[in-house]
Design a protein around this ligand. Structure first.
Ligand code: GLU
Ligand code: ZN
Length: 316
């Protein structure tokens, strides 16, 4: 734990140069959408002479599929997308997330919440707010103590409570996305105090990704547009934890024929990397979607040569 705390206080310095990452959840093999994110972030790192790290986001174990992580790595390598440094697993970094949580508790920014989805929906209904199905509900602060003082040992001992981050009264987050331009989100209006550790003890994506990006010194986060609405929460967390904020670049999504985002839920088919020819065909589709033009289209080109051409064509 002492080690974890000292690492947290001294995340790798952004001055070390460009550091990007690809952070798949091992909930299935790569599909066209996740390959696009992998390729876009890889090209941006290579174009900038930077490092590209692979982080397996395997915290939500019920959703992880055995073997998916090995499949993802094999698919990346088949496409020539090799990573730098040791790959990391979020499941092995829980001490870091716990240390961050304790820091937030020490700042009096955490409180326990016992609300079910139904309790939240009822509280919102009383306020006259109707949340459409499948849409995230804005947490109305039902369990938020006033004043915000929480007895610390509860953090470890109380079972079945979620831990939420208390937002300040004004929490309008602004940032420039490298692709989409100026972005702004009022976290109180659109999200509410959000969960950092779930009532089953699992650290949430928001907390883990912020701790990892800081601790790994990530300077550029290139990922799918489906994650755009999480970014303001992550920037706010970075600020309260005293971390550097990275540059964000949200890439266009690949949609299926019904106009829906490809995902394991929509049974997106995995990319075909059975041989170099098929892998190259998948890369070419992804590049086209990324708007890369005039890449060599001959049959007799290796993936390595094609990636070199794609890196030259990538806008930095
Ligand atoms: N693990 C997340 C996903 O697969 C990506 C996290 C990120 O890039 O911030 O959707
Ligand atoms: Zn609650």
């Amino acid at each position: 734990m002492i080690l974890a705390v000292s690492i947290l206080k001294n995340p790798s310095s952004p001055a070390d140069g460009y550091r990007g990452r690809f952070a798949p959840s091992p909930t299935g093999p790569l599909h066209a959408g996740s390959l696009l994110t992998a390729l876009g972030s890889w090209l941006d790192a290579r174009k900038n002479g930077g490092k590209w790290l692979l982080r397996i986001e395997d915290l939500d174990t019920p959703r992880c599929i055995p073997g998916a992580e090995q499949q993802i790595q094999a698919q990346l390598l088949a496409c020539g997308l090799s990573w730098d440094e040791e790959r990391t697993y979020q499941s092995q970094r829980q001490d870091l997330y716990q240390a961050a949580l304790e820091r937030l508790a020490g700042l009096n920014l955490l409180y326990p919440c016992t609300c079910s989805r139904q309790t939240i929906a009822n509280a919102l209904a009383k306020l006259g707010v109707l949340t459409p199905r499948n849409q995230e509900m804005v947490y109305p602060g039902t369990c938020r103590p006033n004043p915000l003082e929480v007895h610390l040992p509860k953090l470890f001992s109380t079972p079945k409570v979620a831990w939420r981050l208390a937002l300040p009264q004004h929490c309008q987050i602004e940032f420039e996305d490298l692709a989409l331009g100026h972005q702004s989100q009022d976290l109180n209006q659109e999200v509410g105090d959000f969960v950092l550790r779930r009532n089953d003890g699992v650290f949430t994506y928001q907390l883990a990704v912020v701790v990892d990006d800081a601790q790994q010194g990530i300077t550029h986060i290139v990922r799918g547009e489906d994650l755009l609405s999480n970014t303001a929460r992550q920037i706010h967390l970075q600020k309260v934890l005293g971390y550097h904020t990275a540059q964000y670049w949200h890439l266009p999504l690949v949609l299926d024929e019904h106009g829906e985002k490809l995902s394991k839920q929509t049974l997106a088919t995995q990319i075909n990397t059975e041989d170099e020819k098929h892998s190259l065909a998948e890369l070419r589709k992804a590049a086209q979607h990324l708007g890369l033009r005039d890449l060599p289209d001959g049959e007799n080109i290796t993936i390595a040569e094609w990636l070199l051409a794609a890196t030259r064509a990538w806008r930095s």
